[in-house]
Design a protein around this ligand. Structure first.
Ligand SMILES: [Zn+2]
Length: 1178
């Protein structure tokens, strides 16, 4: 309950009549007018003080809303005018002002309006010798200055000189006053003009010396707030260029860096260390990236002369001038509502509802008829079962045609033991750095072994290779140029096994290679068919046909050999306390102690001659293979390397994806890697995500795993930046560092490190080969066509998967032709390899012999483009295609030459729409780098308008809510999926994405983007775990299951389908129940990540100053009171408070202010406290 206080109308008059005091209106109760009124005023002040010190800020806000700040300011003006000033009134008044003012967002303006800045300044000046009074003035000064404009006025009028007089020279006398002065100064310095003034007058050096004095003398850490306040002053001054320059000139880096070394071991000093680290990062002189040009050095000439020339880069010399110099304009955050996200929502109903016209001539659509062969297929071959068919079936039954390891069966339903976390599992191999427990995957382990018939495989390979050869007529020599990367030196044991004749030359010259085909043959003899749906031979056959811009000649071992998920899931990595500041201080040390830095380029894609690979004691890097991305490696210290990744081809940005080989390592030593040119403003690497590593030695010993690995991981803004020209016109673009440390499992191994589980184009193509070979052709209708050639000349496959008709009978064929379409696609963004693993799961399920898959194929025709951006994937891009465009922003008007895969996918969708067969479900698989879990984005007019706060006329806008069904189903059947993370809003910035265009132009109600995290899950069965490829593939298969349930729920079904489904899905009910029980908390609201413990970006001033937290000043005031009380020995402020609050309520509820004054209970206790100030020694 907020008592109703009758406040004077502040808007009426700001000037109090100086004369005519006795005639003041009753509501001018704070007007000191006579000795008797003084008592009244004192009482009101004391009552107000009590009232406002109780409870929460709500009362204060109420007072503010009733003009409380104005009234208090008026009272201050009046009190200050009396000569000599009456401090018995002034002090409580100042305290109230400080407490109310800091919560009043418009206080600064009100102070200016009341012309109170001068009053406060002159009060402070007059009290320079009286520290208690002065302290009160400083509190109010600080509150006033929190408005930048008011702060600037105060600065112009000499406030900083005054404060400097108070805080210098160093002295431990009157620390409360010094503290108040420093804190006021820190706030004043938020104004850039004040900072400039301070820098020009040499205050910065003074502050540094003062900080050193306090640091040295405060041995017992009793004055942390004073030290913190001084640092805050430095932090604000260094927000401007002049401040940073002066700071560097005053040896600020050395002083702070040295001082902070004494603090690192003391946890109490964390706030100090944090601020010091922020200042050091900010003042670290900006540098351009140590590369010749930011652009990718490979250049791909585009057809049609579009963007044929790379945009002018501008000379690197100009970066000094256009760095990230702050906008000179100070921003007050009054009335700044942060509604950015909502601004992006499309609120134009007409735009939301309109269906744009075709983006191409209608005649063009005819060509896509050829991509729907299923609609004209007559199935003559169904006539008689040929012997060949039979033998095919026999063969496939022997093979692993049942990749049903993700599909619940009676024995492996949802692995209820999955969550037994503390049950540790004996690891399968040495993993020296990882001693944390592992979660057993239990029933999820892929148990089925492929039993490859070698003769069959030989035949398949011949076919596959023939296929592959046919795609490279122009360069028949190419296929002989691919080499497998050399195996580990130490794999001599291995070589011995296969190359007895090589024994003599076990250590070939560095870089010496084994003859590739022999290696492959021998490897396969030893390790045959270990990994389901992976065949090194198929891989090689496919990789030979790949056309890459750098013309890759090497195969990375993991892609060739294959990856099998490890038998456990990895929990998310717990963030180590202070990991970021430790890393930042390590970075700063390079500047302070340059002699420590080796600075040797050991790998340089652009200028191999400038690098010194194989230097003694240093790692050897390599990345020229499919999906590889590493541009440069610089050895910084013995076990530390700065790495630079390549921009996307024909672009100078989108650095995030990395994938490279490293060799010549020592074992059991942590190597630190810093990828110094990341671009995203935050990353899941700050929230438990680890990069992945693959060890060749481990693989050859039977553990071919990409493993989450690395410790001391963090992601933060660094001091590198990019000039406006080089940054593609983005002003002052800056970079972030991803740092992680890794202990390699073996000495002299060959290891691969990547951002996420790699999945190359050749992997996909060979996977499709395997699927085609493995399917049961009598049941599975499978067509692989080429949607189009990419810019780089690689075929983009289009798949059609459905069930073969039961027979040639008319009704069976009718049923076949009339199945609704489901359109799926993935990997438009090459860095999102998780999307490919999900797609892998979908494809394996769709061709499997699982009865649910059987039923599903009977219900739908699947059109699938499994990789929309092959060129991007091949060339190690993160975001774009060879045209340098984000292909998922081209859907409105794709260019047939520049964006062929998008142009033709859209064309095919247009065609389906034109024949009345627009897909029932459209889904584009993506990866999300900022969020956890798997979720869908969909499109809804109503939800968008509601979210934007628009009035929705439900009579006009009708909308089928069917778009919500599939995500709801997935929430129940897919353990990694979280409904609450889904969103159905249509953003303007997304209007050219596949999801929005297919929804709007093709009229597909269920048009989705499926986002899979790179990291792990925050909910459900996998809560706290990082996702592996197994969970991603499972998501892909569960998506299929979701489609079947959707079909049963939303579409008319034949009796037969219903009966079969009932049989199968009884089991599913059980599954769903169990899942629901297991994840009872999945209904929790999923928020985005909480702000990072340590600020990633040192330029954001946000809440790190403890602003918005009012407890600081309140506490100072409170402490000051008790300090005074201690000397006056007053009894019971507490009793006074309890009895007064009731009295006050009675008092203020009455509407007659006149009667209030008479009813005021005089509280001697409170008055005693206040008069105590007067008697206290100055
Ligand atoms: Zn994406």
């Amino acid at each position: 309950m907020v008592p109703h206080i009758h406040w004077p109308d502040a808007t009426k008059s700001t000037q109090y009549p100086n004369k005519d005091l006795g005639a003041s209106a009753p509501h001018d109760a704070l007007q000191p007018c006579s000795s008797c009124d003084k008592d009244v005023t004192l009482n009101i002040l004391s009552v107000l003080t009590d009232l406002l010190s109780l409870g929460t800020g709500r009362r204060i806000h109420y007072v503010i809303s009733k003009g409380g700040s104005e009234t208090l300011l008026q009272a201050l003006a009046a009190a200050a005018r009396t000569d000599p000033p009456d401090h018995s009134i002034l002090l409580p008044l100042l305290r109230l002002l400080a407490r109310v003012g800091q919560r009043d967002r418009k206080f600064g303006l009100k102070v200016q309006k009341a012309e109170a800045t001068d009053i406060i300044l002159s009060l402070a000046r007059r009290n320079l010798g009286h520290h208690l009074h002065l302290t009160h003035c400083l509190w109010v000064l600080r509150v006033c200055a929190s408005n930048v404009t008011t702060g600037t006025t105060l600065g112009i009028n000499g406030a900083m000189e005054l404060l400097f007089k108070v805080i210098t020279p160093y002295s431990k006398r009157h620390v409360r006053t010094v503290r108040a002065a420093i804190e006021a100064l820190a706030v004043l310095l938020k104004s850039k003009s004040n900072s400039r003034r301070a820098a020009n007058r040499g205050y910065l050096g003074g502050l540094l010396r003062l900080y050193q004095d306090w640091h040295h003398n405060d041995v017992s850490n009793s004055y942390i707030c004073i030290r913190g306040g001084l640092l805050l002053c430095l932090k604000h001054i260094t927000n401007i260029q002049l401040g940073r320059e002066t700071f560097l000139g005053s040896r600020g880096m050395e002083i702070l860096f040295t001082s902070v070394q004494d603090c690192l071991s003391c946890k109490n000093l964390d706030p100090i260390i944090t601020t010091v680290t922020q200042i050091l990062r900010k003042c670290y002189p900006k540098e351009s990236l140590p590369v010749v040009t930011v652009r990718n050095s490979s250049f791909f000439p585009l057809p049609g002369n579009a963007k044929a020339e790379p945009p002018c880069e501008g000379s690197e010399a100009d970066y000094e001038s256009d760095g990230e110099e702050e906008a000179e304009k100070d921003l007050d955050n009054e009335d700044v509502e942060s509604k950015e996200e909502d601004y992006d929502l499309e609120t134009d109903v007409n735009k939301l509802r309109s269906r744009p016209t075709l983006d191409r001539p209608e005649e063009e659509l005819g060509q896509y008829e050829a991509m729907c062969p299923e609609l004209s297929h007559n199935f003559q071959e169904l006539e008689s079962e040929s012997e060949e068919d039979k033998s095919l079936e026999d063969r496939t039954e022997n093979l692993c045609s049942t990749p049903s390891h993700f599909i619940p069966s009676a024995t492996s339903v949802k692995h209820p033991n999955y969550r037994r976390r503390n049950q540790s599992v004996t690891e399968m191999g040495p993993d020296p750095e990882e001693k944390d427990f592992k979660v057993p995957l239990q029933s999820w382990t892929k148990k089925e072994k492929c039993r490859w018939d070698p003769t069959d495989e030989k035949r398949d390979i011949v076919e596959a290779v023939q296929d592959a050869d046919s795609c490279e007529e122009e360069d028949p020599t190419r296929s002989h140029m691919l080499t497998l990367r050399p195996l580990p030196k130490e794999a001599a044991w291995y070589k011995k096994m296969f190359y007895p004749e090589c024994e003599a030359s076990i250590n070939p010259s560095p870089g010496g290679r084994l003859e590739s085909s022999d290696t492959v043959r021998n490897l396969l003899e030893k390790h045959q068919g270990d990994i389901p749906f992976q065949s090194p031979r198929f891989y090689v056959a496919r990789a030979k046909c790949v056309k890459s811009i750098p013309d890759y000649k090497d195969l990375a071992f993991p892609d060739f050999w294959g990856h099998q998920p490890p038998p456990y899931s990895k929990p998310m990595l717990e963030r180590k306390h202070g990991v970021q500041r430790d890393k930042v201080l390590d970075d700063v040390r390079r500047l302070i102690q340059p002699s420590d830095v080796i600075g040797r380029t050991v790998f340089d894609l652009d200028e191999p001659s400038h690098s010194s690979p194989g230097a003694p004691g240093c790692l050897t890097f390599f990345s020229k293979f499919e999906s590889g991305n590493l541009r440069k490696a610089i050895q910084v210290r013995e076990f530390e390397y700065d790495l630079i990744t390549n921009a996307d081809v024909n672009s100078n940005q989108h650095h995030q994806w990395f994938y490279f080989e490293v060799r010549d390592m020592k074992s059991a030593v942590p190597y630190r890697f810093n990828i110094i040119n990341c671009e995203k403003f935050n990353s899941q690497f700050n929230y438990g995500m680890q990069p992945v590593m693959y060890s060749v030695k481990e693989a050859l010993q039977g553990r071919p795993h990409w493993l989450r690995t690395g410790h001391d991981i963090c992601y933060y803004k660094n001091h590198y930046h990019c000039s406006t020209a080089a940054g593609g016109g983005i002003r002052g673009k800056c970079y972030y560092t991803l740092t992680f440390s890794i202990k390699f499992p073996h000495k002299d191994d060959v290891c691969y490190l990547a951002y996420h589980y790699p999945y190359t184009y050749s992997t996909m193509m060979s996977h499709l080969d395997m699927l085609e070979q493995n399917r049961n052709p009598r049941k599975v209708y499978w067509r692989q066509q080429t949607l189009c050639q990419t810019l780089g000349g690689n075929p983009c496959p289009l798949l059609t998967i459905t069930a073969m008709p039961d027979s040639k009978k008319r009704e069976d064929l009718e049923q076949f032709y009339n199945r609704p379409y489901v359109f799926l696609m993935a990997r438009v963004h090459p860095g999102e390899s998780n999307a490919s693993w999900v797609m892998k799961g979908t494809l394996e399920f769709l061709v499997s012999s699982d009865p649910i898959a059987d039923l599903l194929r009977n219900c739908f025709i699947f059109k699938i483009v499994p990789m929309l951006n092959p060129d991007g994937v091949i060339n190690g891009n993160h975001r774009c295609s060879l045209s340098g465009d984000d292909l998922n922003r081209q859907w409105l008007t794709p260019n047939s030459q520049l964006h062929p895969t998008i142009y033709h996918t859209k064309g095919l969708l247009y065609y389906l729409r034109s024949i009345g067969r627009a897909p029932l479900v459209f889904c584009d698989y993506h990866g999300h780098s900022q969020k956890k879990n798997v979720f869908l984005y969909g499109c809804s007019i109503k939800e968008t308008l509601w979210q934007a706060g628009c009035v929705v006329d439900t009579a006009v806008i009708t909308e089928d809510v069917g778009y919500r069904t599939l995500p709801k189903i997935l929430d129940k059947v897919a353990p990694a999926f979280v409904m609450n993370s889904c969103s159905f809003l249509v953003e303007k910035s997304r209007e050219s994405t596949a999801r929005v265009v297919v929804w709007k132009e093709m009229g597909v109600l269920r048009s989705y983007t499926m986002e899979s995290t790179y990291c792990g899950c925050s909910h459900g069965l996998y809560k706290g775990l990082q996702l592996g490829t197994q969970e991603l593939e499972e998501m892909g298969s569960k998506f299929c299951l979701g489609l079947l349930i959707l079909h049963l729920k939303s579409l008319p079904c034949s009796r037969k389908v219903m009966a079969q489904a009932a049989l199968l899905l009884d089991l599913e009910e059980e599954v769903t129940d169990r899942v629901q029980r297991n994840c009872s908390n999945s209904s929790l609201e999923t928020e985005d990540e909480p702000p990072c413990v340590e600020e990633i970006d040192y330029n954001t001033d946000s809440c790190s100053d403890g602003e918005g937290d009012f407890s600081g000043l309140d506490q100072e005031i409170q402490e000051c009171l008790s300090w005074v009380e201690g000397e006056t020995e007053d009894e019971g402020v507490t009793t006074g408070q309890t009895c007064s609050s009731k009295a006050l309520r009675e008092l203020y509820i009455s509407s007659q202010p006149a009667s209030n004054s008479t009813a005021l209970p005089l509280r001697s206790t409170a008055l005693g406290v206040y008069s105590g100030f007067e008697s206290s020694p100055a």
